[in-house]
Design a protein around this ligand. Structure first.
Ligand code: ATP
Length: 526
């Protein structure tokens, strides 16, 4: 072989890396961005499904959601890495061919790679197995770690003089629980070291044999190929590990989305259904405590919500209004007591439960998608899209944007369009108003800060319209801080410190002595 082969080799590598590097980089960015968008939509669908927040707040699921929420998702990154590994594979393959032409013995490097690749795959499986064993102990481990780090439990430990005992026990127990992971990591380290040593031994043997024959270009080419392939080997291992982690995270994540898939299909027929006793929802001794909280946000609530009515829930800040709204929407489940819903068709299906949370999420999608997200996730399209967009004021917002409904919103995009708090709120409100025509219950947690007075008045009028147009004898429950909104409703429920302090028709409440009539005498808001 002529001596210039080594020079050609360097030139090929250098030119290939310089041309392919930037191309690979921009392709990776594209892949990551696309995957980020897909992930955003997946989360959106999952969250507009019937899953309760209590479920979503489970630590493991919350962690997965965080992963999926980030633009460069784990999935995206692993795709990028795999892509990069496959892309980069072409360079060493070309080199392998040149190297094989220079010195056929170089082909021995291929079988030498196989044990290293096998260890990469096997190691990942071992890690997954160990992780599965650890998972049931994860929550207890976190609790113990928190206690050691000094949350409220640590105070008790100090009072009992038991801190050292706890730390020893903690260390021992976590060592026991973490043993499979430690063992797996140790085995993987040894196996990786052994297979890498084997690979380099074969490589060194090849380099020695070409140098021994005095073939300078073959030595150079072999040396370069050994180094290139070793870099590629770790690339493949990392790519496989990432992909495997992403697959596990995705599996857990789909446990949320499956809830949506399992939801029973509903008929979208506008037939009018009737309640047996004029009640749309009854709460019986309902109490609610947020996960990880000690005190109750709602205590022993018993109340009937009338059908085909506009009901206002009033009360001071922190009295439990939003919590009650979430229970009524089936977003959270009561900790104690139960909620009964007399309508037969009125399950926890989003076609029968519509509503607007206090702070709708800011989905960074295209404007139309943001305003109509439940349509993207729902199997049966909702009929009242146009009315929902009009009543919420979303149409005005969309029409004011440069590319109308196609305008990309928020930070996730290259040339983002920023909206004001009120504009985001209107798009969110449109989502909540989808399906109100057939909903048995529409729960609107009125935003006090983001909407101006006119928009709020429009909202109250829309609420009345929803009750009148309902094909399902439906009621609207409006959480409000405004006296005028409460007085415009058919029924008022007043809360204070998580308990009901007054219920009744506005007229009745105003003409008797009760906490509501006392507040109504004061000017302004509650
Ligand atoms: N996600 C949460 N985790 C823990 N505690 C919460 C959570 N959300 C609300 N709380 C607590 O529950 C209680 C009731 O809150 P809630 O938001 O229902 O009141 P609210 O009447 O709607 O208040 P506001 O008028 O300010 O919106 C408060 O003490 C609040 O701190």
């Amino acid at each position: 072989m002529p001596a210039y082969v080594g020079i050609v080799y360097f030139l090929v590598v250098t030119v290939a890396l310089h041309i392919m590097g930037p191309a690979a980089g921009s392709a990776q960015l594209n892949v990551a961005t696309q995957l980020g968008l897909v992930a955003n939509k997946d989360i959106a669908r999952a969250l507009s499904s019937t899953a309760t927040l209590d479920e979503i707040e489970q630590p493991q699921v919350a962690e997965d959601l965080t992963v999926f929420r980030s633009r460069q998702t784990v999935l995206g990154e692993s795709f990028v890495r795999t892509y990069q590994a496959i892309f980069n594979l072409s360079v060493p393959l070309v080199l392998m061919v040149i190297a094989a032409l220079t010195s056929p013995l170089t082909l021995l490097l291929i079988p030498a790679c196989i044990p290293a690749i096998w260890v990469g795959v096997k190691g990942e499986k071992m890690r997954e197995h160990a992780e599965n064993e650890l998972a049931p102990h994860q929550v207890r481990m976190n609790t113990m770690a928190e206690a050691v780090q000094g949350k409220s439990a640590a105070t008790e430990l100090r009072i009992y003089g038991a801190t050292q005992w706890y730390i020893d026990k903690y260390r021992h127990t976590t060592q026991l629980w973490a043993a499979p992971t430690t063992r797996a990591n140790l085995t993987i380290t040894w196996l990786t070291a052994l297979t890498t040593a084997l690979y380099f031994a074969v490589g060194a043997g090849l380099i020695w044999s070409t140098a021994h024959n005095g073939n300078l270009s073959a030595t150079t080419v072999t040396l370069m190929t050994v180094m290139q392939l070793s870099g590629l080997l770790s690339g493949i291992r990392f790519a496989y590990a990432d992909l495997s982690k992403a697959r596990r995270a995705y599996k857990r994540f789909t446990t949320i989305t499956q809830l949506e898939d399992n939801a029973e299909p509903t008929s979208n027929s506008p037939q009018r259904q009737h309640t047996s006793d004029g009640i749309i929802a009854s709460l019986h001794n309902v109490s609610y405590r947020y996960p990880a909280e000690k005190s109750y946000a709602l205590e022993d609530i018993t109340v009937d919500f009338p059908a085909n009515s506009l009901v206002s829930i009033v009360g001071s800040n922190g009295s439990g209004k939003s919590t009650l709204a979430m229970l009524l929407r089936g977003v959270r489940n009561p900790t104690e007591g139960k909620i009964t819903r007399p309508l037969r068709a009125y399950s926890n299906n989003h076609l029968n439960l519509a509503g607007i949370p206090q702070q709708p999420a800011r989905w960074e999608l295209r404007a139309y998608e943001t305003a109509t997200l439940p349509q993207q996730g729902s199997k049966a399209p909702l009929n009242n899209e146009q009315q929902a967009l009009e009543a919420s004021g979303a149409t005005e917002v969309i029409n004011s944007l440069k590319d109308k409904g196609q305008t990309p919103l928020g930070e996730s995009w290259e040339n983002p369009t920023q909206l004001s708090g009120g504009q985001w709120q209107r798009l969110g409100n449109a989502r909540g108003l989808l399906g109100t025509d057939t909903a048995a219950l529409t729960v609107i947690d009125e935003p006090t800060s983001a909407l101006d007075a006119l928009a709020e008045e429009k909202m109250v009028r829309s609420c009345r319209q929803i009750v009148e147009d309902s094909t399902n004898n439906g009621s609207v429950i409006l959480i409000t801080h405004r006296l005028s909104s409460a007085l415009a409703s058919d029924y008022i429920v007043m809360l204070d410190k998580g308990k009901i302090v007054a219920t009744g028709r506005p007229r009745e409440l105003l003409t008797t002595q009760n906490p509501f009539s006392k507040l109504a005498d004061l000017p302004g808001e509650f």
